[in-house]
Design a protein. Structure first.
Length: 296
């Protein structure tokens, strides 16, 4: 193929189509567990409420619920992926072999928010959230039935593979996917470009800026106990019994069970089976949706 501006534009269109086809392939879960927040600077500062007060009868003056004094910032990071095509491949019309690579690049780009979000979930026992505690911690500040402050845990210890119970049914989510700039497909094909001149190859790539962070710890529970009915109920009950400063329950209802591949069978048995070992009715059937994720 003659190397002309028109032909290079055609090539760019071809590889872009392959990229976009791959971009549409992933069945991601991050939008279920994370809020998507648009960022307009190098980092975004978040201030959550220490408590979710809800609506009350207006008697006397308003009760003002102020945002937490704790500061929690998510700093945007740069991410990229790049593929080079030898100029001779274009000249000899053999660049078609790169089509699947560009399609895979698009697929990986579409998968990337899942990677960020769920890898962060996995590290929640070593990464701090808005209250200065680890996201999964045994002594978050909480309240009892009388409204007195007490330590509250959203983690269960054990030696089994970890699994996570999340409430994703509210506007606020357990996690945040922060996007500064969406991924953009770019090319370097001008023969006067330094890279093209010295390397005799065309370069195509994607660039984006984003990051993941924590939302409300109250909406997530991590357990390293064996995934069975007893431990599932214990984690579910712990979440549902979290209370406001008034002593009332916060109204948390777990909606999703997130497991690694090795716990898929246990998760399906717990949430999807109609009967328990072919006998009694499984009362937890349909009580949450199962997410099997490779990044936890």
């Amino acid at each position: 193929m003659d190397i002309t501006l028109s032909n290079l534009r055609t090539l760019f269109t071809t590889v872009t189509m392959a990229f976009n086809e791959g971009l549409a392939l992933p069945k991601s879960h991050w939008k279920t567990v994370a809020m998507q927040i648009k960022s307009s600077s190098s980092q975004t500062d978040y201030a959550w409420l220490d408590d979710l007060p809800g609506i009350r009868e207006w008697i006397g003056d308003r009760i003002i619920n102020r945002l937490s004094a704790s500061k929690y910032a998510i700093e945007n990071k740069r991410f990229e992926s790049t593929i080079a095509i030898q100029r001779t491949k274009v000249e000899d019309d053999t660049y078609g072999i790169y089509g699947p690579l560009f399609k895979r690049m698009g697929e990986q780009t579409g998968e990337f928010p899942d990677t960020l979000v769920f890898e962060l979930l996995k590290s929640g026992h070593t990464e701090k959230c808005f209250d200065g505690q680890y996201f999964f911690d045994a002594d978050h500040n909480g309240f009892d039935e009388a409204g007195a402050e007490v330590p509250v845990s959203n983690v269960t210890g054990g030696a089994a593979p970890a699994w996570y119970l999340l409430d994703c049914g509210q506007v606020l989510k357990p996690l945040v996917y922060q996007e500064r700039l969406p991924f953009k497909f770019q090319s370097l094909t001008n023969e006067n470009d330094e890279h093209v001149f010295w390397k005799d190859e065309y370069v195509y790539g994607v660039r984006g800026r984003s990051n993941a962070g924590f939302g409300l710890w109250q909406l997530a529970h991590k357990s390293s106990a064996v995934l069975d009915e007893t431990n599932y109920v214990a984690a579910r009950t712990a979440m549902m019994n979290l209370r406001k400063a008034t002593g009332k329950r916060m109204g948390i209802t777990p909606t999703h069970l997130v497991v690694p591949p090795e716990l898929e069978a246990a998760g399906r048995k717990l949430l999807n089976a109609l009967l328990i070992d072919g006998g009694d009715t499984n009362v937890w059937n349909g009580s949450a949706e199962l997410i099997v994720n490779h990044h936890i």
